[in-house]
Design a binder for this molecule. Structure first.
Ligand code: GAF
Length: 393
């Protein structure tokens, strides 16, 4: 998670840009290129760190790392978004030592070494089409691409299903952001044409066919361009509330509160705010399960109301939306979207709207007009299809 503002990606193919950056900086050829995508979460927000369920899919917007191994334990990383490269050695592999965007890279090296892997030194070049600070998980894309590169360059034996935990540890313990496992799982484990149904407790996944084209539907992503408002602190405070509530209820995690027992559980909690937080998590887990059931039954159109209910829950109970995001949801719905919700951690970021393919343009125009009327910064928009997870190119 990060609080930077959105910057548009430079022009040209992202893999070409990573290679060009590599050649320019190091005057040699990379040994390979590794890509990892940004993600949108179809439904299941703030459920991952409650051991619950999530249903993200990967975007075709990707981060690409061009890299070569080095004989010494030194890591140099350049990025198209930074004037100067970041360079670190084993001595810097202490949480907090490397800061800024370089921390995501150093964090991955650190987490691999902590897990006992002999990580090769490397020179790396980063390019990315994933907008930073839009809630599409540019940080997990960077971690996952770097991880894929280092694993391959070092010939490390690290099965795909164990990689998300390691990348998450980089973010939690090195970067210092207390995020769950969803974003790294999406960046690493997603499949094209599918949403990833992930049980965040067991880490078991099921790839759920999510074919929008066949249903005549489109998924519109509206970037609210809202400035993040204290996102990191608010995220951490939501997480604390959930942990405290689980403790008060005597369960390992809020995942363990059955929806049938929700009212009884709420009655045992001391204040309205905690009750609202718990209600969001418990009902959101159920909405993920209901969405999966509908997708299994080929009833894609019918997931709309679940998406919209998820948004209402984030707005009213978890209190993580902002006016720009709420306006995008209201406007897409008024313009005919089947369902709409904010995606990601909140306090800004993007809205997903499920629309009839033929009405995508009209819905987009309606949001642009509504933003202009309210005097908000013009929103960004793109239609997306579920793309593959991290891969060597
Ligand atoms: C952010 C976090 F990184 C995820 O782990 C998840 O908690 C999400 O917010 C909210 O669902 O993206």
């Amino acid at each position: 998670m990060t609080t930077h503002t959105t910057a548009p990606a430079p022009a040209g193919d992202v893999a070409d840009r990573a290679t060009a950056g590599f050649r320019q900086r190091y005057a040699t050829e990379p040994a390979g290129r590794w890509a990892a995508p940004g993600r949108a979460n179809l439904i299941g927000e703030h459920t991952d760190y409650n051991d619950g369920f999530v249903l993200p899919f990967a975007l075709s917007l990707r981060t690409v790392v061009a890299a070569v191994a080095e004989p010494d334990e030194v890591w140099t990383v350049c990025s198209e978004f930074a004037d100067e490269p970041v360079r670190f050695t084993v001595d810097d592999l202490v949480p907090g030592r490397v800061t800024g965007w370089g921390a995501y890279v150093a964090g991955v090296v650190w987490a691999l070494r902590e897990a006992g892997y002999a990580v090769p030194g490397a020179r790396l070049s980063v390019a990315s089409d994933v907008p930073v600070g839009s809630g599409l998980s540019s940080s997990a894309a960077l971690e996952s691409a770097v991880l894929a590169a280092l694993v391959d360059l070092g010939g490390l034996d690290l099965p795909t299903e164990r990689r998300p935990r390691l990348a998450q540890r980089a973010e939690n313990a090195y970067v210092g952001a207390p995020t769950g496992i969803m974003d790294q799982s999406a960046a690493i484990r997603c499949r094209a044409g599918h949403a990833l149904f992930l049980d965040c407790r067991s880490e078991e996944v099921e790839h759920i066919p999510f074919d929008l084209d066949a249903a005549g539907l489109a998924m519109l992503v509206v970037d609210s361009r809202a400035p993040h408002r204290h996102a990191d602190g608010e995220y951490a405070s939501r997480r604390r509330s959930c942990d405290q509530a689980a403790e008060l209820l005597g369960v390992p995690a809020l995942r363990d509160v059955p929806i049938a027992d929700l009212d009884a559980a709420l009655a045992r909690l001391p204040d309205g705010e905690t009750r609202r937080r718990v209600r969001h998590v418990v009902t959101e887990n159920q909405r993920v399960l209901d969405t999966v059931a509908l997708l299994h039954a080929g009833r894609v159109r019918e997931i709309g109301p679940l998406l919209t209910a998820s948004h209402a829950s984030m707005r009213d109970d978890f209190e993580i939306t902002v006016p720009e995001v709420d306006l995008a949801v209201e406007t897409t719905l008024a313009a005919g979207a089947l369902g709409a919700r904010m995606t990601g951690g909140g306090f800004g970021g993007c809205v997903l709207a499920l629309v009839e393919a033929r009405s995508a343009e009209a819905v987009t125009a309606a949001v642009t007009a509504a933003y202009a009327e309210r005097g908000f910064t013009a929103p960004g928009h793109v239609t997306v299809l579920p793309a593959p997870g991290a891969t060597r190119l």
